[in-house]
Design a protein around this ligand. Structure first.
Ligand code: NAI
Length: 280
């Protein structure tokens, strides 16, 4: 029996790249899948049904069950429509993978408000809207659920030229941590993956130069999503799992031991003097 037998899963942005691998693996593991994709280019321009349709055809071709959905995750109607697709076609919802994304890289000095807003809308607002719509269903169903978000090392550590994307992905980190706390009593786990994979989004990056899809393709990311989405991970929530090719690790926010001053507030000069201790 497959790991996800009997489950219904939504994977946003699964018409290509990492999301497609998630959708194909989930279907191979027995899940019925809503393949959502707006069909835009990697900067969020245009739309179309082809990308989602192709993945649905692939899943059906291997004997699985899937339905296409072309809504944008960045709007309330889109997020609600997407969740409705799962209920309408498969009668329930068990798993949501928030994966849809775009890039509009610019340094902060050169970034337009539109470039900032669009990236925040698709990643952060989209993750919030789909999470909220799904959580409302999970609450009514009363059988728990799984949410797997997609953050990035840009959002966790910062990255030159990605102020919009890093802010969105950092927001997804915080949203994941908070949703994990809020949904615990509904037995809904919320985790995030911080992937590195060669896709259309990253094909121009210097770090991938000379690397092949066999070494660092999106096929390495999907098993982590399947694990977090499965019954195997019922006790794992609020974690950020890094995946870079064959390597899997966790990201954790670090806090130094710090220094407490006796007898009231610090002066700026004292902070300077004891900075090394504070930072240790
Ligand atoms: P991709 O460009 O192949 O996939 C993103 C998909 O999202 C596309 O198929 C696109 O059509 C879809 N999409 C865009 N806007 C949408 C919207 N409003 N509604 C629904 N679908 C929409 O890129 P990739 O690499 O597969 O990225 C997947 C996720 O992984 C993204 O969230 C990305 O930020 C994240 N990520 C990827 C990394 C990598 O190394 N490839 C690194 C860190 C994070």
């Amino acid at each position: 029996m497959g790991l996800l037998e009997g489950k219904v899963a939504i994977v946003t942005g699964s018409g290509g790249g990492i999301g497609r691998e998630h959708a194909l693996l989930f279907a191979r593991e027995g899940a019925r899948v809503v393949v959502n994709d707006l069909g835009s280019d990697r900067h969020g321009g245009g739309k179309g049904a082809d990308m989602a349709d192709k993945v649905v055809a692939e899943i059906k071709g291997m004997g699985g069950d899937a339905v296409a959905n072309y809504d944008s995750v960045a709007t309330r109607e889109g997020a609600d429509g997407l969740v409705w697709s799962a209920l309408n076609k498969f009668g329930k919802l068990d798993i949501v993978v928030n994966n849809a994304g775009i890039l509009r890289d610019k340094t902060i000095l050169n970034m337009s408000e539109q470039d900032f807003d669009l990236v925040i809308d698709v990643h952060l607002r989209g993750t919030f809207l789909v999470t909220q719509a799904a959580a409302r269903v999970f609450k009514v169903q009363g059988k728990g659920g799984r949410i797997v978000n997609t953050t990035s090392l840009s959002g966790l550590l910062g990255n030159f030229g990605q102020g919009n994307y890093a802010a969105a992905k950092g927001g997804i980190y915080s949203l994941t941590r908070t949703a994990a706390l809020e949904f615990q009593r509904m037995a809904v786990t919320v985790n995030a993956i911080a992937p590195v994979a060669l896709t259309r989004m990253t094909q121009d990056l210097a770090m991938f130069k000379g690397m092949t899809p066999e070494q660092i393709g999106p096929q390495y990311i999907a098993p982590v999503a399947a694990f977090l989405a499965s019954d195997l991970a019922g006790d794992i929530t609020g974690t950020i799992v890094g995946v870079q090719g064959p390597k899997i690790f966790l990201y954790r926010m670090a806090e130094t031991s710090g220094v407490a001053r006796e007898g009231g507030p610090w002066s700026a000069a004292e902070i300077k003097e004891r900075w090394a201790e504070i930072a240790r």
